[in-house]
Design a protein around this ligand. Structure first.
Ligand SMILES: [Fe+2]
Length: 233
């Protein structure tokens, strides 16, 4: 028995080769991919440890002794299928730079300070309606050396897991109105303007907590004509 996921949303996703995004020139396959049909074994395993997600894992501001520097924010939304139905029990993982635009990574030598109270990684599981929620700080823009004066717009990396290895999807969430959008080859590797908008969160005043944190809404649509663009490495 074989299964096939719908492919109508594939055009929303960035091409493997986007020459302005220099990393893809070396990384993109130069030969046509060999399509291996998924069978029951790929679609049902290996599975991930959803049950090991703890309540505090979704709050990136309480992982250390003190609070991180920066603008505290709430990021929430729903994981949805192509018909707008919530997808329950989805494992979401995020990683991001700190408020100064610096990752804790040996290759990140951007001369901006590390924050001893911020690791920049968290995870959560969507509830029965597909709803998830993180608390974190707004990441800073950072230089990335792709070309002269190249800066990434502020973003949060998202990984979404279903129940098996082949069902992992990866994308980036951006913040509305970022002046760096027009200059970023990664953002623009999604060539359809409407699809790009689906990677941009919406400012959410209704769920902003007075005196505490601004809120951004980011719904992730897994497939279909409203699919969130996903990385295709
Ligand atoms: Fe990044």
């Amino acid at each position: 028995m074989t299964f096939a996921y719908p492919t109508e949303s594939n055009k929303a996703h960035p091409a493997r080769l986007s020459p302005d995004y220099k990393g893809t020139v070396k990384r993109a396959p130069s030969k046509p991919l060999i399509i291996m049909r998924h069978t029951l074994s790929e679609l049902t395993g290996p599975v991930y440890g959803h049950e090991t997600v703890r309540a505090g894992d979704s709050d990136l501001t309480t992982q250390h002794k003190g609070e991180p520097i920066g603008e505290r924010i709430i990021v929430h939304g729903h994981v949805l299928d192509e018909d707008g139905r919530g997808v329950p029990n989805t494992l979401l993982e995020i990683w991001q730079a700190n408020a100064c635009g610096r990752y804790i990574h040996v290759r990140d030598q951007h001369p901006a300070p590390l924050d001893p109270n911020f690791t920049g990684a968290g995870r959560a599981e969507s509830d029965g309606e597909g709803y998830y929620r993180f608390v974190t700080v707004k990441p800073g823009a950072y230089p990335w050396g792709n070309h002269h004066n190249a800066w990434r717009p502020a973003h949060i990396h998202f990984s979404v897991f279903g129940y098996s290895f082949v069902s992992r999807l990866v994308t980036q969430m951006y913040f509305p109105g970022d002046p760096l959008f027009a200059f970023d080859p990664i953002f623009n590797s999604v060539t359809d303007a409407k699809a790009r908008e689906r990677m941009v969160s919406a400012f959410d005043l209704e769920n902003t907590k007075p005196e505490w944190a601004l809120c951004y809404r980011f719904d992730i649509v897994l497939r279909g004509r409203n699919a969130t663009p996903m990385e295709t490495k």
